[in-house]
Design a protein. Structure first.
Length: 119
């Protein structure tokens, strides 16, 4: 009896018909667009690569960033410390060499490297 049931299962499996093939769908062929019909393509602007860095400066000079930021906020200008540093770089870039030399010479020298951690 088990052989007959197994044979019937095999016959059922063999008798399963494959699904009918889908008819081929023909799509309308589009004509190639001419230069006049194409809308102007805007080139994607590449985002500038951002660089993270660390630096050391005296607390008094670092506090100036906070003071300038507060003054800007009071005047209704929202600004970040990194923006202030970037503005400073633009101003330095526009400074003539003799003035830049004087500014550099007026800075107090700093010890190179990271400050020691306090316990």
């Amino acid at each position: 009896m088990q052989k007959l049931a197994a044979a019937a299962t095999v016959k059922k499996a063999v008798n399963v018909k494959a699904p009918a093939k889908a008819e081929a769908v023909t799509l309308p062929v589009k004509k190639p667009a001419t230069a006049k019909s194409l809308p102007p393509v805007e080139e994607k602007l590449k985002k500038p690569k951002l660089v993270r860095d660390s630096f050391t400066m005296p607390e008094v000079e670092y506090a100036v960033l906070g003071q300038v930021k507060k003054a800007c906020l009071k005047a209704g200008i929202e600004v970040k410390k990194s923006q202030l540093l970037r503005i400073g770089l633009v101003l330095l870039n526009n400074t003539d060499i003799p003035s830049l030399r004087k500014l550099i010479n007026d800075l107090s020298p700093l010890k190179a490297g990271r400050p020691k951690k306090e316990k």
